[in-house]
Design a protein around this ligand. Structure first.
Ligand code: PGA
Length: 249
């Protein structure tokens, strides 16, 4: 069977630090109303922590799942300001992003810490969405695959059983929020590289999303690539119509 048919498409909205109760209510209502028309694609949103309860209440039964943008590597304890995976599970989260480039860059998250967060998410029954990607200077100096391999290494070391339960997102840092998406061919090349690494340990069913300025008008060309299984969408996920159009692509 064609692998494209086996891996169901997944589109996740990353709201980042946007929204309030009133604007979320409108957005969630519009997503709920439009979800049914999108067809055979899994749709999810990752809200800021305080609004996860609101997302859960609003999206119940809609077919859209929800999650967080980060998770603590610790199970519980004296970790002021952190949120554990079991707390997210308590709000019926399906997902947690881990290792988003904004967290790697602004909060000093290391490859090892990202892997620890992925393990914490898995142990509470969540699916970690592990983000990897190179900066502009790393890309320009021809180091993309070295950087991705380094970021993947502590995850690969966990073995196929764990890795098969994760989702990966390739997000070139230079494409995030810049309007400068990778071309489908550029993204496919890196996705194929990631896929090969995952397959080398026998993790063959993992979904790999592309992120970085995904919009309704470039989504279909990205999704046409054999190793691109969906998208992690920032800016365009804040407008229900744009987000649903991306999912419909
Ligand atoms: P963007 O963000 O779609 O606004 O580029 C993507 C992301 O950071 O996940």
């Amino acid at each position: 069977m064609d692998t494209l048919q086996r891996r169901k498409r997944l589109v996740i909205g990353n709201w980042k630090m946007h929204g309030n109760q009133a604007s979320n209510a409108t957005l969630l209502e519009e997503l709920r109303a439009g979800a049914a028309s999108v067809g055979a694609c899994d749709i999810a949103i990752c809200a800021p922590f305080p609004y996860i309860g609101q997302a859960s209440a609003s999206l119940q039964g809609s077919g859209i799942t929800w999650g967080a943008q980060d998770v603590s590597p610790h199970a519980q304890g004296a970790y002021t300001g952190e949120v554990s995976a079991s707390m997210l599970a308590d709000f019926a989260c399906t997902w947690s992003l881990v290792g988003h480039s904004e967290r790697r860059a602004m909060h000093g998250e290391t490859d090892k810490l990202v892997a620890d967060k992925a393990v914490a998410a898995l142990s509470a029954g969540l699916t970690p969405v592990v983000c990897v990607g190179e900066t502009q200077s790393e890309q320009e100096s021809g180091h993309t695959s070295d950087v991705i391999a380094r970021q993947l290494a502590p995850l690969i070391a966990l073995g196929a059983q764990q890795v098969n339960r994760m989702v990966f997102a390739y997000e070139p840092v230079w494409a995030i929020g810049t309007g400068l998406s990778a071309t489908p061919e550029q993204a496919q090349e890196v996705h194929a590289f990631v896929r090969k690494r995952l397959e080398s340990i026998g993790a063959s069913q993992v979904r790999i999303l592309y992120g970085g300025s995904v919009k309704p008008d470039n989504a279909a060309n990205l999704f046409a690539m054999p190793d691109i299984d969906g998208a992690l969408v920032g800016g365009a996920s804040l407008k229900a119509q744009d987000f649903l159009r991306i999912a419909a692509a």
